[in-house]
Design a protein around this ligand. Structure first.
Ligand code: SAM
Ligand code: FES
Length: 338
């Protein structure tokens, strides 16, 4: 529907009137599908060990300056219990690719959560796995999977990852996850080193092809101990434009206003919602480990309790005329539980 030239124009325009036109078109589409509702997801960052070595990521395996942690099954369950008390109906378990968490351990954790919370949504975000592994987690009760593709351009992917990591494999994982029946989230960073407007165009075209249920889009933010420490962070406006364009191309997608957006601008998440996003993911991880999940520098909300994060987000959202919703918030094509 949109030509490459049109998309490239909006990927790059800094004209305030054109940007407002784009944001308001995205807001209108979002309102048509979700009204003023903003879905809350409780994020549990359960391990910062990672066997991978993405050049941008603060918890990459070869970063010796990270104090590593992993939560026990009981600690993860306690985060869920706290989340449930605060009203969350979705738990998002995210972590580095940590070999300690074998399939058996992940299955056990998902089963424990599922047993206690039969109606909640369980989202996993633990990286690239085999079809069999994804199937085992799904059978154990996981419903959703977040795996950003990071960039849809092969050369760009190679510049951001060690040779062992392959874009084709990451994309393949996303198609497999969809086939199994997960609600799937892809996504990418904006302003990552070596990214061009054409890369972002490819990201949009990839999303159109995959048609994920969710799309996570946030600015690249440098982290001091990574090879990309001295690159510039992604721009707020370009990230907002990419959120809005994603809303135009995937009208009923679940699109978070990301923590990274909130990190580069004090009102970044609110601006994300005003550009077409409709989800927020406040942190449920224990306060003691928050600072250690340092994907990038100056990450916000690392000193707050889960309850404070929830209240803070609720206030911010209402202040902009949005309505916080503590519901499962499944994709409209898969509404399982009201
Ligand atoms: N290991 C899982 C995976 O690979 O999908 C989940 C954890 S990973 C740390 C979560 C996301 O953090 C990545 O998909 C990436 O987009 C984002 N991220 C990592 N480093 C970042 C940085 N420096 N700036 C912004 N986002 C970053
Ligand atoms: Fe862990 Fe990239 S460094 S997945």
């Amino acid at each position: 529907m949109y030509s490459d030239a049109e998309l490239l124009h909006f990927i790059t325009t800094e004209d305030p009137a054109e940007m407002e036109e784009l944001f308001s078109a995205a807001r209108e589409i979002r309102a048509g599908h979700y009204g003023k509702d903003v879905y809350f997801r409780g994020l549990i960052e359960f391990t910062n060990y990672c066997k991978n070595d993405c050049f941008y990521c603060g918890i990459r395996g070869s970063n010796k300056n990270v104090k590593r942690y992993r939560l026990s099954a009981e600690e993860i369950l306690n985060c869920c219990r706290m989340g449930d008390l605060l009203g969350y109906k979705t738990f998002v378990l995210q972590g580095g690719e940590d070999p300690y968490f074998t399939d058996d351990r992940i299955v056990e954790i998902v089963q424990l959560i599922r047993k206690e919370y039969p109606d909640h949504a369980i989202t996993l975000s633990i990286g690239e796995k085999s079809r069999q592994s994804y199937e085992a987690y799904f059978e154990a009760g996981a419903n959703r999977y977040l795996l950003r593709h990071e960039t849809a351009n092969d050369d760009h992917y190679k510049k951001m990852h060690p040779e062992a990591m392959k874009l084709s494999e990451r994309k393949e994982c996303l198609y497999i996850l969809k086939e199994i029946g997960y609600q799937v989230g892809a996504g990418f960073m904006v302003g990552s080193p070596f990214q061009t407007p054409e890369c972002l165009l490819e990201d949009l075209r990839f999303l159109e092809d995959l048609k994920p249920h969710m799309a996570g889009i946030g600015p690249f933010i440098p982290q001091a101990d990574t090879p990309f420490a001295h690159f510039r962070q992604g721009s707020l406006n370009q990230t907002l434009r990419m959120v809005a364009l994603t809303r135009l191309l995937l009208p009923d997608a679940l699109i978070p206003a990301t923590t990274a957006l909130g990190t580069i601008d004090p009102k970044g998440r609110e601006k994300g919602l005003l550009s077409g996003a409709n989800v927020v993911m406040p942190n449920l991880s224990p306060k003691a480990v928050r600072k250690l999940y340092a994907l990038y520098d100056n990450k916000i909300c690392t000193g707050d309790e889960a309850a404070e994060c929830r209240l803070c987000m609720e206030g911010r959202i209402r202040g902009y005329g949005f309505e916080p919703k503590m519901v499962r918030g499944d994709h409209p094509s898969l509404q399982l539980v009201a």
